[in-house]
Design a protein around this ligand. Sequence first.
Ligand code: GCV
Length: 657
Amino acid sequence: MRAYDAWLNTNELSKKRWLKAIQVEGACSELVRGRAISELERAFGLVNPEDGCWSLYLSVEPDHDDLKGQMTGTFQISRQADSIYIRAVDDSGLIAAIYALVKKALLDGLDAELDFTHVPATSLRMVNHWDNMDGSIERGYSGRSFFFKDREIVLNDRTADYCRLAASVGINAIVINNVNVKDEATYLITDKHVDRLRKMSELFHSFGIQLFLSLNYAAPVELGSLDTADPLDEAVIKWWDERFAEVFRNLPLLGGFLVKADSEGRPGPFTYGRNQAEGANLLGRALKPFGKALIWRAFVYNAQQDWRDLKTDRARAAFDYFAPLDGQFLDNVYLQIKNGPMDFQVREPVSPLFSQMTKTNLILELQIAQEYTGQQIDLCYLGTQWREILDFKTGNPAVNLDASSLAHMIGDQSIPGVNFGIAAVSNTGDDENWFGNDLAALNYYAYGLLASDPHMNSREMAMQWVALTFGLEGMDDLMLMLEESWSVYEAYTAPLGIGWMVTPHTHYGPSVDGYEYDRWGTYHKADHKAIGVDRTDEGTGYAKLYPAVVGDVFNSKDSCPDEFVLFYHRMDYTDRLKSGKTLIQHIYDSRFWGYEEVEGFIRRWDALEGLVEDARHKRIRARFWRQLQNAREWRDQVNSYFWRKTGIADEKGRTLY
Ligand code: GCV
């Protein structure tokens, strides 16, 4: 079994030629028709009119009674005797149905009952790649880019193989280039790379995926013709109108653009004294005639903070910039908001923007790439984290409290007039196994499933993936490890909502004060007596950015759950947590426990030798040993730091340095 095939290993299946006939009808594009047939034959073997078992009838019928007006990507599959019928609302639904059939065959066998309808939660189920045109990947942990090399676009078999993986988990939109758009990538909106982009957009389309690009807000200046990118300047408005007219003449299948502006050195409307809505609408308005989307990131904060400034709280930044602008964004503009107010820490509260915006199209941004969660060396199944995020009741006033979770808002599109989408930063690269760590493939898989159904259970997603990747036989321990892995990672790194404490820039391994006196606004403020940031109404006021029904729980130390307590409160080391432990004892215990759990991972993984293909078993084992080293560093550096600061010994007398 090749790791390259990830969860779609159809080699065995395709050895026998199962299909008697394939018929594709209806409003299906030629590109998709061809792809549908070749993908079916890839999985089930070439059509075999004599001895095949099934006849497959596929059709795209947007006006069918059961499908009319349904979400893009919707399909039905049914079976009568040896005939299988697939009916889809559009091209992307047809392709999605094929992978649903393939996965069903792999998971439940070929005689499985087939009679179901699939309606994806949202029309935007995106993956964002942070790939640079020199071939590097920002926060990439699995090799180099397979989209770019030496400032050129790469298009080869691997591109199609990637589309297959993405489409097979329901992804329907992909941004290929980093949101930090500079250098050559700025030229992606000119004619320079247009031939390959067109071919790529067609390839993507054949898999039911729309190609998107990130763009540089300062393009009117950097591409040479203007001396301003002011969104209200007539010449700038005209420049974008003309540029997009050209882009969509050449690339009609392109879905739209993603923009990071006024963040971490990227240009934006603030330079010209304009707000974020003025910046986004400049581009939204220019995209409108082409029916395309503009996705504007809310990750805007002052990355030049003075650590001596005790008033500014980075956690508030996105809210303070964007909440007052609710209602001002055009209807083809989406605001893409990271799940938490800081930056993909192991645990963060859900961004308060989701609790307050009622008139703006919103996209939840997650990170599959394990930037702060072990970099695909350490095992960390993020499905468990995402489940918690999606289940958080935001208290958004446009819906009742019970329907205000992100899963409801995205999954049921529950706020009238507001479109919700979902996006995640990819963890792929050109490593043979795509994901660096074979086990990190699960995070991509689970993200895809959640994007189509944000209510999905995290265990069920992991089970599916384990079944497809290894088979379920003997894999109970692997399941337990996967399910536990996020809590374990959290325990030995930076729990209780404190976050950070990572090595600056690389973000792997501990450095307790690494960001403490820096410009990034990420401080834990530990002294000899206490730690944590007061974000209550007596501190930065962050807790009060949520509606009272939600925020009051966090605002009070008495009701704030332990897992967030140091995000919201400053605590003495001798204060007690809800668990009954003192804070200092929790600091020690969690690191010791986390390290021991990783030792347990290694024992349990070793016991799977023989059940997992040898080379793969060894590869994963090597990662676990690196994880153990990492857990050891975290344990000893963090514990020694607090022992030295406080002078309070570990109750259990374990070694501190
Ligand atoms: C793409 C964090 C990461 C950056 C990333 C940024 C973002 O700060 O460390 O590498 O840049 O988030 O999301 O834009």
